[in-house]
Design a protein around this ligand. Structure first.
Ligand SMILES: Nc1ncnc2c1ncn2[C@@H]1O[C@H](COP(=O)(O)OP(=O)(O)OP(=O)(O)O)[C@@H](O)[C@H]1O
Ligand SMILES: O=C(O)c1cc(-c2cccc(F)c2)nc2ccccc12
Ligand SMILES: [Mg+2]
Length: 273
């Protein structure tokens, strides 16, 4: 069929179904594209809210990036269109919803499940870095689960160039590496740090530098105050991998391809991802 990118979509192309969730700028609905019967997620963003928050240009750039990424662990953006009041993004439908809800339900994941997710994320990030795309915003809220249980990075926070985006708003600091909270220049190795934070949270159910106050989280991050609780009991191999990713000097963090070769990943990750 014709290339999805070039065709001009309209709302009439879809049967809109149940709401899947609420985002900051609008709702996301399940929808079926009429000609292909293909189920998608239709993300509806209100123009006036985008303008008020001055994110219109960021959204355009991120849509441009996202529509060119093709990887099994990155949520596809098939296209977009807009009318008088709204912008609509046509997204791959992630049938099993949000990873963070699954993590809350299970409290924490088994080492096999955690390693499988970490390996999928490492492969997706290697793919992105190969295209000079840095994510900068890897956290459970931005991870969705596909119909076969596979992980999908689902966030428009991509950036081609490194830039310091302060998390002054309510956004959590938990996943930010030292160079970002200290707002110095940062590069692809920020994603290695975030992957280390995620690996810890998959295994323990809480992020490593969590604290009551922002100022305490900030201090724990810049000091790399990494402690492993006695429970749940986690293998030394898992702790070794986490300790090699949560390193203050960004140049000394374990490169993503080495993450995939780490014994804990080799012994625990499901190869199918
Ligand atoms: N492709 C999808 N498939 C299934 N559910 C989705 C999909 N996209 C979003 N959702 C659901 O809708 C909710 C809101 O979507 P999303 O998080 O993308 O909005 P947002 O928070 O405004 O965007 P962002 O996180 O980029 O700021 C998600 O938490 C999720 O439950
Ligand atoms: O009226 C517009 O031309 C418009 C277009 C887009 C837009 C165009 C392509 C991709 C994308 F993600 C967004 N975003 C907007 C946000 C606020 C107000 C107006 C607009
Ligand atoms: Mg969201």
């Amino acid at each position: 069929g014709e290339n999805n990118q070039t065709r001009r979509w309209t709302l009439a192309d879809f049967d809109v179904g149940k709401p899947l969730g609420r985002g900051k700028f609008g709702h996301v609905y399940a929808a079926r594209e009429k000609r292909s019967n293909h189920v998608v997620a239709l993300k509806v963003l209100f123009k006036n809210q985008l303008q008020q928050s001055q994110v219109e240009h960021q959204l355009r750039r991120e849509v441009e990036i996202q529509s060119h990424l093709r990887h099994p662990n990155i949520l596809r953006l098939y296209g977009y269109f807009y009318d008088q009041k709204r912008v609509y993004l046509i997204l791959e439908y992630a049938a099993k919803g949000e990873l963070y809800k699954e993590l809350q339900r299970c409290k924490y994941f088994s080492e096999r499940r955690a390693a499988t997710y970490v390996a999928s994320l490492a492969r997706a990030l290697i793919y992105c870095h190969g295209k000079h795309v840095i994510h900068r915003d890897i956290k459970p809220e931005n991870l969705l689960i596909g119909a076969q249980g596979e992980l999908k990075i689902a966030d428009f926070g991509w950036s081609v160039h490194t830039f310091n985006r302060r998390r002054t708003m309510c956004g959590t600091l938990d996943y930010l590496p030292p160079e970002m909270v200290e707002s110095v220049e940062h590069d692809a190795s920020v994603d290695i740090w975030s992957l280390g934070v995620l690996c810890y949270e998959f295994l323990y159910g809480v992020p490593p530098f969590e604290a009551m106050e922002h100022s305490d989280t900030y201090r724990r991050i810049v000091q790399v105050d990494l402690k492993f609780p006695p429970k749940p009991i986690i293998s030394a191999s898992a702790k070794d991998l986490i300790s090699q990713m949560l390193v203050k000097d960004s140049f000394k963090r374990l490169p993503l391809h080495k993450v995939l070769e780490h014994p804990w990943i080799i012994q625990n990750a499901d190869p199918s991802g």
